[in-house]
Design a protein around this ligand. Structure first.
Ligand code: FUL
Ligand code: CA
Length: 482
């Protein structure tokens, strides 16, 4: 009798378990679904062949000859990207829209006789092609005479207000961590340092963004919604927590890298975004026309960002004509075709599985391979070594697995392993730490009809929404990845 009561209480207790750790907000979840979107660095530097303009450039220098954001949007859409973030104003202070608050903008250029508004055209093109639209507004302004003074913050917020009011729905607002240093500053040509923690009074800027665009996520080194991955090479980390002690990081902090993996017991949900350029530079430089990253490298980046619980913000430097260069377009489309091919056939889709869970109150292990990210396997056996086993009728050959956690209810898995059964003995083929939104693991090709996923440690009952297996192609210049 006592035993039965204990059994009943355990079931009630385990099925009622609620996880207290940080969870994503609605806007973060919407963003997380995007995974892959474009950064476009196109502004004054495109015409001066620089990466960082000093701020003394002349508006007349901005003059694209074939400006066509519909071409950008068409290519980005075809490439499988979900949105575009444009450098509305970079560190040199030049604005792609006719801001009321400065003379340093397209309104004083010869482009379209000063009547053009590139931001309007880009946002319209995004709408037309069903892409989301985001803005990069550099907090540092090397042109503005007031930079470094309190009055500049009002100016900065006025510009932000223009961008967030006049161009429809914005999905992401991007604040760069590079702030302060030498510049033109209205003719004073000097060095201006700011206190990166205090100067911008970010709290109130965040409030403004929330008021004007409640659905937009805010990116900066320290969030509040999305954080920097810590490098510009296209790599997230093997251990990649969406959680972090937010108050220990801030935009532009010098030792940021200490935190780039996130923290297991972090107090806030702030996943990483991986920003990297398809060329060596962020901006277009004709001498880099033959240095566009090729398919093998781009796929590696795709796997190392999206496949490591991050998102991929791939930069395309639009050229002086105002269009995406044909070399870049070619590689983008190759990547799209390759990714489609890689993840076309999940070899265990809807195959019968068996969980090792003890209490069979909700044997939902078939949720793990139903191709639906909303359904998940949540074992109720405590406290560790949760596993799902697939015994297939025929052997399958594969080199890639994809695992996903049910992140609306938090990131929980601390470590896991994948094994195959070789003549009656379990043999480990891969082990890993975090999973999060998506984890892609590759290894030399293997053949088996018996495979097992085990969660070794989890912060709370694991919730695995997908476990998928693929056989992907080895590309030119690639070895069997270990
Ligand atoms: C950096 C900037 O300084 C680069 O110019 C570029 O915009 C990159 C995305 O962020 O911090
Ligand atoms: Ca599922």
């Amino acid at each position: 009798m006592k035993k039965k009561l204990f059994f009943f209480i355990s079931i009630v207790f385990l099925s009622c378990e609620t996880y207290q750790g940080p969870k994503p907000t609605k806007r973060q979840l919407e963003w997380q679904k995007m995974e892959y979107y474009a950064f476009v660095h196109f502004n004054m530097n495109t015409f001066t062949n620089k990466e960082w303009g000093f701020g003394d450039e002349k508006p007349s220098q901005f003059n694209p000859t074939e400006f066509d954001p519909n071409q950008w949007a068409r290519i980005c859409k075809e490439a499988g990207m979900k949105g575009i973030i444009i450098t509305a104003k970079h560190h040199d202070g030049f604005c792609l829209w006719p801001s009321k608050f400065t003379e340093h903008s397209v309104k004083n250029s010869i482009w379209k006789n000063g009547k053009g508004d590139a931001i309007r055209e880009i946002s319209d093109a995004c709408k037309k092609y069903g892409l989301k639209f985001g803005v990069y507004l550099s907090p540092w302004d090397r042109n503005h005479s007031e930079y470094g003074k309190e009055s500049y913050i009002t100016f900065f917020r006025n510009q932000l207000t223009e961008l967030l009011t006049n161009y429809g729905e914005i999905f992401e607002v991007w604040f760069d961590g590079a702030n302060g240093g030498s510049g033109y500053y209205g003719g004073s040509n000097e060095e201006r340092r700011v206190d990166k923690r205090k100067y911008y009074d970010w709290q109130n800027t965040v409030k403004l963004v929330r008021e004007l665009q409640p659905n937009a996520v805010i990116f900066s080194d320290g969030g509040p919604d999305i954080r920097w991955v810590g490098n510009e090479k296209g790599y997230a980390h093997d251990t990649s927590w969406s959680t972090i002690y937010r108050d220990s990081v801030y935009g532009g902090m010098p030792d940021y890298n200490r935190f780039s993996k996130g923290q297991k017991n972090g107090t806030h949900w702030i996943p990483t975004e991986t920003d990297v350029s398809i060329r060596p530079g962020w901006y277009y430089h004709p001498e880099q026309d033959n240095q566009v990253k090729t398919l093998t490298k781009l796929r590696e980046i795709y796997y190392s960002s999206i496949g490591k619980n991050s998102s991929l913000l791939l930069n395309i430097p639009v050229d002086k004509r105002g269009i995406i260069h044909e070399n870049d377009a070619k590689e983008l489309i190759k990547l799209k075709n390759q990714i489609d091919k890689d993840f076309k056939t999940n070899l265990i889709l809807n195959k019968k599985s068996k969980s090792n869970q003890f209490f069979i109150i909700k044997n939902n292990s078939n949720n793990i391979n139903d191709g639906d990210n909303k359904t998940y396997w949540s074992p109720n056996k405590n406290p560790s070594n949760w596993s799902v086993n697939f015994t297939l009728d025929n052997k399958i050959k594969f080199n890639t697995v994809l695992i996903r956690e049910n992140i609306p209810l938090g990131q929980r898995v601390v470590s896991f392993k994948i094994e195959i059964n070789d003549k009656g003995k379990w043999k480990k083929i891969k082990e890993g730490s975090t999973i999060g939104n998506k984890r892609i693991l590759t290894f030399p090709h293997i053949e088996t009809n018996n495979i097992r996923l085990t969660v070794l440690e989890s912060k709370a009952t694991p919730q695995i929404s997908e476990f998928e297996i693929y056989n992907t192609t080895i590309l030119e210049g690639e070895k069997e990845v270990q």
